[in-house]
Design a protein around this ligand. Structure first.
Ligand code: ADP
Length: 253
């Protein structure tokens, strides 16, 4: 379980990116974090991945505060938390299999392990047929799936995806979401950070809404609501009611 307790991050120049955030991520959960650009999503991911330290607060992983971690523990932590970024940067001269295998090799895993695990992960993500292709030979969505396979192959407990559908057409984006849902079904905790409302609407899960560095809602549902959206909806309904009643009046005159 991951727990953020009163976490704030103020960047130099007094820029508050996160203000007093507290929430828990349960084991094996699929959590979407949604918010518009500048809401603090990337900052939160950097904190969870121990790339940045919060200005104040605690971030507990299995009860340990990662803020206190030394270099070696941070290295270990990053194996347990895989991150997939929007710009996935595959190695252009390696094919799909080799790109995924490389992630294992740099973690010091043996050839036998690579030979066993890479095909398994490619199968789960639906990339078996593309194993011999080079990044320039496959679509953006397929490249993103390779990036997911690469993050998954070292068996992290948590997989964080930062705007994974950001650069993709809706169909490829949906395939990415399905891959993430499948990974989650296999037992990996998944955190999806996105500004893509439509993507989140398709997932029936827990949605944390970030706005200006604060959590403004945390609910389990298929669709998320921003307060402004609710207000806009109510205003629209109100306008409609007034138009209807004016039309009614005109008719009766
Ligand atoms: P999001 O990922 O939701 O777009 P970010 O976490 O990138 O949001 O940014 C949150 C706020 O923190 C923004 O106001 C942004 O300009 C600021 N910010 C992010 N990174 C830095 C940084 N390295 N230095 C200064 N300000 C930053």
């Amino acid at each position: 379980m991951i727990e953020c307790k009163n976490v704030s991050k103020i960047y130099p120049g007094d820029v508050p990116a996160l203000e007093n955030i507290s929430f828990k991520i349960n084991d094996k959960e699929f959590l979407s974090i949604i918010g518009s650009s500048g809401a603090g999503k990337s900052t939160l991911i950097k904190l969870l991945h121990a790339e940045e330290k919060p200005t104040s607060g605690e971030i507990l992983f299995g009860g340990e505060d990662i803020v206190e971690y030394k270099k070696k523990q941070i290295f270990q932590h990053r194996r347990e938390v895989g991150v997939v970024f929007q710009d996935f940067k595959l190695l252009p001269k390696k094919n799909v299999f080799e790109n995924v295998a490389f992630a294992m090799e740099v973690s010091g895993r043996s050839e036998e392990e690579v030979a066993e695990d890479v095909p398994q992960v490619l199968e789960i993500i639906g990339l078996t047929e593309l194993a011999d292709k080079y990044p320039h030979e496959i679509s953006g969505g397929e490249q993103q799936r390779v990036a997911i396979a690469r993050a998954l192959v070292n068996r992290p407990k948590v997989l964080i995806a930062d705007e994974p559908t950001g650069n993709l057409d809706p169909e490829s984006g949906w395939e990415i979401l399905q891959s993430l849902l499948k990974i989650n079904k296999y037992g990996t905790t998944v955190v999806l950070a996105t500004h893509d409302r439509e993507a989140v609407d398709k997932i029936n899960g827990r949605v944390v809404v970030l706005k200006d560095g604060k959590i403004v809602s945390d609910e389990i549902k298929g669709k998320y609501d921003l307060k402004e959206d609710k207000v806009k909806k109510e205003e629209k309904e109100d306008r409609q009611r007034r138009t209807d009643s004016e039309n009614q009046k005109k008719k009766s005159i």
